[in-house]
Write a protein that binds this ligand. Structure first.
Ligand SMILES: [Zn+2]
Length: 437
């Protein structure tokens, strides 16, 4: 790649007039154009006037919807690549066997698509609402679940709070920590967020738990009105503890916002629906129906909760918490689209008060750090993966520039705009032939 303006996501510096030499799936050299003559490239991409960013990672998405939707889920993979997303973190669903197989196939080069990191099945209590999880009700059950997950070499362990007993949640966090694994969770109502952090929780999924934590008082029962009981001093102390302990947060604003505003924003004619299979589209209906039944007061409250919550995101940033950029896109989560949704998420994070650089870090270097991949990923550095995004405009000046993708380098392969458009076209065609399950 020649004449590139290379963005350093650590410092925020942009260095122009650079050549990036790549061999195989690795960056071989980054040097001024005057020294580029020493390389003879099989293919040269002139990046003149354009900006180069590390490929993006969606740090929270879901494959799922049941065995009849395996093909539809697989058809999502090119949508990520076409939107500059070279890796995804699957935060559990009910297609774990397929997802683990895809992860390994992509890693071995047998299958195209973004690199996949996955929790495999998540840990829950008996008779949880979630299909496909591992349901446990004893400490021994936690142990054997972790044995199974470790044998499957999952990338992290996901815990949720539907029917999981609080003491088993605590036990699981301790045990995950003891085994040197990484956890990611929804936190049960009666477990203070502070306690989960102190037990070594790796990442809190969804900003709502950080808001709840800001309303919790030591020794007091769980808050009944989180917005009214939220205390900024209290919250900042919690967020500083998160930063010190290394607990990250994935805000997932896009799904929260989309659901909060279903009353005013119809998505029935979203052009992007052409890329989503009929079975996945059908899983969107549940949340749409529920939202339609809400009273005017409940709708108003939903708006307030979203706006209050999003507006607190800069507090976490100020406290030094590692923020991960993730969409929650996949099955069930209506109109939060795999692929383009990450650009919506970046934009919402900036709207909430982060700088474009901070939002981008959550989708690049922070993601790589969280998953212990930073020796190989997250920045444009010699020796790291040749996963790059070529943008028409400067995303540090205007975050919407991440949408203006001229090309994507993934594992050393360059996809120009025509190739990305072809992926989108082929996905739409494939999806249009899929039967309604
Ligand atoms: Zn999720």
């Amino acid at each position: 790649m020649t004449n590139a303006r290379v963005i350093d996501v650590e410092s925020g510096d942009i260095v122009g007039g650079q050549a990036i030499a790549m061999r195989g799936d690795t960056i071989l050299a980054i040097l001024p154009m005057s020294e580029a003559g020493q390389f003879r490239a099989r293919r040269t991409v002139n990046a003149s006037g354009r900006y180069v960013l590390p490929g993006l990672w969606d740090m929270h998405m879901h494959f799922g919807g049941g065995p009849s939707l395996i093909a539809e889920n697989r058809a999502l993979l090119p949508l990520f690549v076409a939107h500059g997303i070279v890796a995804v973190r699957d935060a559990a669903g009910d297609l774990s066997e397929s997802v683990l197989a895809w992860r390994d196939s992509v890693a071995r080069g047998f299958m195209d698509g973004p690199t996949i990191f996955t929790s495999g099945p998540k840990i829950e209590g008996r008779n949880s609402i979630w299909p496909g999880d591992i349901e446990i009700d004893t400490p021994a059950g936690v142990d054997s679940a972790l044995d199974v997950l470790q044998s499957r070499r999952v990338d992290f362990i996901k815990l949720t709070d539907n029917t999981l007993k609080p003491d088993l949640f605590r036990y699981a966090l301790r045990e995950i920590q003891r085994r040197g694994l990484k956890s990611s969770a929804h936190i049960p109502q009666v477990v203070p967020v502070r306690e989960a952090v102190e037990l070594g929780l790796g990442s809190i999924e969804h900003l709502s738990y950080a808001i709840r934590g800001g309303a919790e008082r030591e020794g007091a029962p769980p808050p009944t009105d989180v917005l009214a009981q939220f205390d900024s001093t209290n919250a900042m102390a919690l967020y500083r503890a998160m930063a010190a302990r290394g607990t990250a947060i994935t805000p997932t604003l896009n799904i929260s916002r989309t659901l909060a505003y279903l009353d005013t924003e119809s998505h029935a004619n979203d052009p992007y629906l052409r890329y989503i299979g009929p079975g996945l589209r059908a899983t969107y209906q549940g949340r749409v129906d529920r939202a339609a039944q809400a009273s005017a007061a409940a709708i108003k409250r939903r708006h307030e909760v979203y706006e209050f919550t999003a507006a607190r995101l800069p507090m976490l940033q100020a406290a030094g918490v590692m923020i991960l950029t993730g969409t929650d896109a996949g099955f069930l989560n209506s109109f939060d689209y795999p692929g383009v949704g990450l650009h919506d998420e970046l934009q919402l994070m900036v709207k909430a008060g982060l700088s474009p650089l901070q939002a981008i870090r959550g989708a690049t270097i922070n993601g790589a750090r969280f998953l212990n991949q930073s020796t190989r990923h997250g920045t444009i550095t010699v020796g790291k993966a040749a996963d790059l995004l070529l943008l028409d405009r400067n995303p540090l000046a205007d975050i919407s520039a991440t949408r203006g993708i001229r090309g994507v380098v993934m594992r050393g392969v360059y996809y120009d705009r025509a190739a990305l458009d072809a992926m989108l076209r082929e996905t739409a065609a494939r999806v249009s032939r899929m039967p309604t399950p």
